[in-house]
Design a protein around this ligand. Structure first.
Ligand code: FAD
Length: 319
């Protein structure tokens, strides 16, 4: 008998009691235009209601993206209650400059940083060259940041192996080194082959890694772009997925329905394998991530005041 992901989840909860809602977090990127920025804040507003553990903000190699990351982080810190985790990379700046950014974040009240090597300035398909006088690899950045302030540090992990790694063993050793240098959790590159994450998680355990390896989930909004990007970052795009999106290039509404369905199947399958924390690549859109979180059992938190007024309303109806 074949069971759907929902049915598997139901069976587990019948055995173990209702599955607790997992922890979730969201990634945003610094938008380039005013219109895109307005869309970002609308998404932040909607997703904030789901009480994520943290939200992260990506970081680009060129100066203008850096400034925008800083501005978004500052806004999140001052105007929302969200725990904010900026990304920081080794690319294009000497150590002193990166240390200064870290000091500024620390003074702003930021306590988590996602420490990455970063993609080369021309994009992921260019050859990486460490910056002179800079941190060469993520492990060096983790060491540097951990020495500077007691940040909680996250690092990247690759269930399907980083495309530049000479071997999967080298890549796993690299992840272990990042933990040994002071990272306390890893977030994975997105993947569509759920099995690849589960096998990777097994290999991490065998390598003695005890820290959480949080799966990065990408609900696909544009299949053609995702296919191109996946080639550069080493994520396999299964044939079934290409078939699911076939013929929908001009039909975003149907694409969204398919996309939510695929992501929901994926998270429920992972949850039934004991995964308790998920990181969503939002692409600054709330709708798909909100739907997928809902399917996992995550609901908007009711604020105390709302709760109080509901109780009062109900009391009035009864009397
Ligand atoms: P590292 O852990 O340093 O590894 C990079 C590669 O070098 C691996 O192949 C590793 O095996 C190899 N390696 C490590 N040490 C050595 C060594 N001493 N000698 C030779 N090879 C070595 N990019 C951005 O620019 N901005 C972002 O905001 C951003 N956010 C991301 C968020 C997540 C969750 C993920 C998964 C990726 C993100 N990236 C981002 C992409 C990331 O920067 C790239 O994947 C980059 O190519 C590798 O970064 P890393 O931190 O994994 O590097």
């Amino acid at each position: 008998m074949t069971l759907s992901a929902y049915e598997i989840r139901e069976r587990i909860s019948q055995r173990n009691g209702r599955l607790p809602a997992p922890k979730i977090s969201f990634e945003f990127f610094p938008p380039k235009t005013e219109k895109a920025e307005a869309a970002l804040w609308r998404s932040v507003d909607r997703l904030e209601s789901l009480a994520p553990q943290f939200v992260s903000v990506t970081y680009g190699a060129d100066g203008s993206t850096r400034d925008r990351t800083h501005a978004i982080v500052e806004h999140l810190k001052t105007k929302t209650d969200l725990e904010t985790m900026p990304h920081l990379t080794c690319v294009g700046a000497p150590r002193e400059e990166i240390d200064q950014i870290a000091d500024d974040y620390w003074n702003m009240g930021v306590r988590r940083i996602m420490a990455l090597r970063g993609d080369p300035v021309g994009g992921a398909d260019q050859r990486y060259q460490p910056t002179e006088g800079g941190y060469a690899y993520a492990v060096d950045l983790v060491e540097g940041l951990a020495r500077r302030h007691p940040f909680e540090l996250a690092v990247a992990a690759y269930p399907e192996v980083h495309p530049e790694a000479p071997s999967s063993t080298f890549d796993l050793d690299n992840l272990k080194r990042k933990f040994d240098a002071g990272a306390s959790m890893a977030i994975t590159q997105y993947f569509f082959n759920t099995e690849s994450y589960l096998r990777f998680r097994d290999r991490c355990v065998l390598a003695g890694i005890e820290q959480p390896i949080i799966p990065g989930i990408l609900p696909v909004t544009n299949f053609a772009t995702t296919e191109r990007f996946s080639l550069a970052c080493g994520t396999a795009v299964p044939t079934w997925m290409a078939q699911a999106f076939e013929g929908l290039d001009q039909d975003p509404e149907t694409r969204n329905l398919i996309s939510a369905n695929i992501a929901i199947e994926q998270v429920l399958a992972l949850q039934s394998e004991g995964v308790e924390e998920f990181h969503f690549y939002t692409l600054n859109r709330a709708d798909l991530c909100f739907a997928v979180s809902h399917a996992l059992g995550v609901r908007p938190s009711v604020k105390e005041n709302d709760d109080q007024s509901r109780i009062e309303n109900e009391a009035q109806i009864v009397t």
